[in-house]
Ligand binder design. Structure first.
Ligand SMILES: [Zn+2]
Length: 114
């Protein structure tokens, strides 16, 4: 399945290949404030347009790149590596276009302890 998504103003767009079996709601300091629902996929499954319109925020150990649109402030995805060193994208499924995220099972993740 192919999913299309974007930031609010549309300058940043993503195309993600994969099946959404579930999403993660995390209670770490940034996810609490942002309210993202995250779907993790290998980074190579995501195509990005408008990269120059993104800005990047990092904190704590600076291993996750929080990528958000510098015009509208919406974050369609973050980037990092998984435990095996594979480049991974955390897609914010709230940014997918015409997508009913209320049907996706949500797993709570205790990011405050991680
Ligand atoms: Zn935007």
């Amino acid at each position: 399945m192919k999913y299309l998504g974007s930031c609010h103003c549309g300058k940043v767009a993503i195309e993600v290949e994969g099946e959404i079996a579930g999403a993660v709601s995390c209670n770490c300091s940034i996810c609490t404030k942002r309210g993202s629902l995250l779907w993790f996929v290998p980074r190579e499954q995501m195509k990005l347009t408008g990269e120059s319109e993104l800005t990047t925020y990092t904190f704590n150990r600076h291993v996750i790149k929080h990528r958000f649109c510098k015009h509208c402030g919406v974050l369609p995805f973050g980037e990092g590596t998984d435990g095996k060193g594979v480049a991974t994208a955390a897609i914010n499924i709230r940014c997918l276009n015409d997508f009913d995220f209320s049907k996706v099972p949500v797993h709570e993740y205790d990011g405050r302890k991680a």
